[in-house]
Ligand binder design. Structure first.
Ligand code: BTN
Length: 256
């Protein structure tokens, strides 16, 4: 019962009261043939997942826990572009609704008042060199009271309600995000162009120009984030002045 301006994205919406994870459900439906643009939304997730094997706390009725099924005709190595398109769409959509300074922390966090309000989890199913489907999961803390967050979470995360001081319609946010997403995603699929998304990611970036600590399984480096490439990867200048490209896959990025 939601009136969308987007056509392809959200043409089918499945709304659940409680499931383990909308990404899990989306992957299951995609593997059974669900069409591109199908959306899975849940009021509550009992096993919400974040990046790098983390848990994503998803209480009932106060957040947006949703996943989009995509079937782009791209190489698996391009999947990170989908995360950038999504971050651009979420930041633009939120800005329209709440008029706040919404930032993007590369590669997948949406930031308000220096704290995280939203995370994006892009998952890929591919065979050889072609993408079978991509599920992009979006988790937004909307109407929760941050006093209910555990202390260590409150230091790094916030909710939209806490930032704007009032309850905000989740429906309107979903509408606005899907509308922006459709525009940016179709530019990508029809015109092979993510310039517009990358421009938005750069303009709203809270990472570029900053010292960052980049960590993966093997190592940790301190460097300055200097640019985003055309394909959505981060360029850093390390302490010896050498410029390197960081792939979003397995890294965590911290401001220092
Ligand atoms: C992160 O910041 O680590 C990514 C968080 C992604 C959370 C969303 S909520 C909807 C979808 N279903 C999941 O289990 N995770 C994503």
């Amino acid at each position: 019962e939601i009136e969308l301006a987007s056509k392809n994205i959200g043409s089918k919406i499945y709304h659940f009261e409680s499931i383990d994870s909308t990404n899990n459900m989306a992957k299951k439906m995609a593997s059974e043939g669900a069409a591109e643009g199908t959306i899975i939304i849940a009021e509550e997730q009992t096993g919400g997942r974040g990046r790098l094997g983390r848990t994503w706390v998803s209480p009932k009725g106060t957040g947006i826990w949703m996943s989009i099924i995509l079937r782009p005709n791209i190489a698996p190595t391009e999947a990170a572009k989908i995360t950038q398109i999504t971050a651009a769409a979420v930041a633009s959509g939120l800005r329209k609704i709440i008029g706040e300074d919404v930032g993007i922390k590369w590669p997948n966090d949406i930031i308000i008042h220096r704290k995280k309000v939203c995370g994006i989890l892009t998952e890929l199913s591919a065979e050889l060199n072609s993408v079978n489907y991509i599920v992009v999961g979006i988790g937004i803390n909307v109407n929760m009271d941050t006093k209910d967050f555990p202390e260590e979470v409150r230091r790094i995360a916030t909710s939209i309600k806490a930032c704007v001081g009032r309850t905000v319609s989740r429906k309107n946010i979903v509408k606005e995000i899907l509308h922006s997403f459709e525009e940016l995603y179709s530019d990508f699929t029809y015109n092979k162009n993510i310039k517009k998304s990358i421009e938005i990611c750069k303009k709203y970036s809270v990472t570029l120009g900053k010292e960052v600590k980049i960590k993966n399984k093997e190592k940790e480096v301190v460097a300055k984030a200097i640019d985003l490439t055309e394909d959505g990867q981060l360029l850093i200048k390390n302490q010896s002045g050498v410029i390197e490209k960081v792939f979003s896959g397995e890294v965590s990025v911290r401001g220092i």
